[in-house]
Design a protein around this ligand. Structure first.
Ligand code: ADP
Ligand code: NG1
Ligand code: MG
Length: 507
């Protein structure tokens, strides 16, 4: 079968490497599957989470991002049954995630009016994405679903900005495509996964799904969305090491309107400028990247247009309707808002637009520094950078210092212009500042994780110890009990770029 399962590794290969970090989780999942469903799974899927190094809240505006895949992942064990059309889902965390069963010939994703969607709805988004694809390939004929048994094990901290949701949706896409023998390339799978995750309610830009499929071990990926999806491997400067620290303030993105409010503000800003610039198709210009392309201008020139046409700090809904867009309130709601942003009455267009443009400039600079200073052919993950002076203080000309500054600026902008930080994230950033380590929130924000840049494994160890002493060990008792057992190693850790999605088959 011509599928995306390139690079597939077999179970026997894993058995030869019992020290493999995945092994015990796969073994547990295999046993769990057999216990739940009474048979053997046909195959396993591994879908990684990601850490975005820089380029936050720019993907849905069409601008490039720089993420890498992390070790933490969603694993699926999947079996199929052509005799029926039932999907049965089981999660190894049985107390936290309930069992689910549905008939795929009447697939529906039921979202709550308030609060977080049920975990299995993320899975159903992926199934729906593939069914639509099959229907399209069969000129509109509905899909004949194949029954599936799926057992899931995940260790990406949920609702923490490391993209557990997209790993779950993308894993469902890959498993469903494989069972239904739909031959797809990695980029197609990433695009389908990005599109169908929007059924959960968030209007994401595609970064998470792209890196989940396109990641390569040892490098970050410069991911472009316009004019089409493209990933360029970026070697990080020798010795640079990224640390993830989870603030433990969870934020489910689909449970609130915060994420979509930012998307709406960016779309409005792009369209208002497009209208001022007298583009006849201004209503269709949803993303800054389209506007910039139509204007043939630089990001710096686009920034000037933002200041010229969107000078106010706050725009009310009434003035947007009357003065900027010349539409009535009903049309405004229909054309410019999403289901969960209909309540919006105030809009910060200048601030959001400035963040997107300046963050995109930072992504470009970050890439340039990496390319200029890459000296060794591979990412160092177990060595010490000899050039480090060992105390985290570096001379300003070093690439590490420049990268750290960009990360720091990124956080400042996310906090002030984009208003998507959290007091706990800001505390982690202050501690990082004091230690002269560049750090920023990663993922959507409003809680979740920070990512920090250290110049060697040695300095990263010191940084981790400092955060443990000054943040994690001071956490309230309940969090201490939950995460302190193994010295907080699951919530503050060094991370190294891994490979993208894989399918494992039993021999
Ligand atoms: P993230 O930043 O991790 O992507 P989201 O708010 O987008 O956060 O998605 C988090 C949701 O994804 C969780 O509330 C849960 O429904 C689902 N999820 C993540 N990991 C798992 C898992 N291991 N098992 C079941 N559901 C999961
Ligand atoms: P997380 O934090 O994984 O939910 C979200 C979006 C991304 C991107 C980042 C911010 C989804 C699935 N993911 O990530 O597309 O916009 O926020 O850079 O919506
Ligand atoms: Mg998510």
């Amino acid at each position: 079968m011509a599928t995306s399962a390139e690079g597939a590794i077999s179970m026997s290969h894993l058995e030869l490497h019992t020290e493999h970090r995945l092994y015990s989780r796969l073994r547990e999942l295999y046993d769990f599957y057999r216990h739940q469903f009474g048979g053997e799974p046909d195959f396993f899927v591994r879908m990684p989470g990601r850490v975005n190094i820089i380029g936050e809240h720019v993907d849905y505006c069409g601008y490039p991002v720089l993420p890498m895949a992390i070790d933490q992942c969603i694993l699926l064990a999947v079996g199929h049954n052509e005799e029926n059309t039932f999907l049965q889902l089981r999660n190894v965390e049985t107390k936290r995630y309930e069992n689910f069963k549905c008939d795929l010939s009447a697939l529906s994703i039921d979202l709550p009016q308030n609060g977080a969607p049920k975990w299995y709805n993320y899975y159903l988004c992926g199934v729906k994405g593939i069914f639509e694809q099959i229907q399209q390939a069969h000129s509109g004929e509905p899909t004949r679903p194949i029954g599936m048994h799926v057992a899931l094990s995940g260790n990406i901290p949920p609702a923490s900005g490391l993209s557990s949701s997209s790993a779950l949706v993308s894993a469902a896409v890959l498993a469903t495509a494989y069972v239904h023998q739909l031959p797809l390339e990695r980029k197609q799978l990433a695009a389908i996964s990005a599109r169908c995750e929007r059924y959960i309610g968030t209007q994401g830009g595609g970064m998470d799904q792209a890196i989940a499929y396109l990641a390569k071990a040892g490098c970050a990926q410069f991911i472009e969305f316009h004019p089409g999806l493209n990933a360029t491997p970026i070697q990080l400067p020798a010795g640079v090491c990224f640390i993830v620290a989870n603030s433990l303030a969870a934020k489910n993105k689909a449970a609130s309107s915060d994420f979509n409010e930012r998307v709406v503000e960016c779309r409005l800003a792009a369209r208002i400028i497009a209208k001022h610039m007298k583009f006849s198709n201004w209503r269709g210009m949803l993303r800054f990247v389209q506007l910039q392309e139509a204007l043939h201008c630089t990001l710096g020139e686009l920034e000037e247009l933002v200041l010229k046409w969107l000078p106010k700090d706050i725009y009310t809904r009434a003035e947007l309707c009357t003065h900027e867009l010349e539409v009535d309130d009903e049309e405004f709601e229909r054309e410019f808002l999403t289901a969960n942003t209909r309540h919006m009455t105030q809009f910060k267009l200048k601030q959001r637009a400035l963040h997107v443009i300046q963050e995109s400039l930072r992504v470009a600079k970050f890439r340039e520094i990496c390319e200029r200073h890459h000296t060794k052919p591979q990412y160092i993950c177990n060595g010490v950078n000899e050039k480090s002076n060992g105390n985290g203080v570096n001379d300003a000309s070093k690439p590490f210092t420049l990268l750290s500054q960009l990360m720091r600026q990124s956080h400042q902008s996310l906090k002030e212009l984009y208003e998507c930080s959290h007091t706990d994230l800001d505390r982690l950033i202050s501690l990082s500042d004091e230690a002269e380590v560049g750090a920023r929130l990663t993922g959507a924000g409003w809680g979740g994780c920070v990512v920090a840049c250290c110049d060697s494994l040695e300095s990263s160890k010191r940084y981790i110890e400092m955060l443990k002493a000054n943040y994690f060990k001071l956490l309230p008792q309940d969090l201490h009990e939950r995460y302190g057992a193994n010295d907080f190693d699951d919530v503050v850790f060094a991370t190294f770029p891994g490979n993208g999605a894989e399918i494992f088959q039993l021999n």
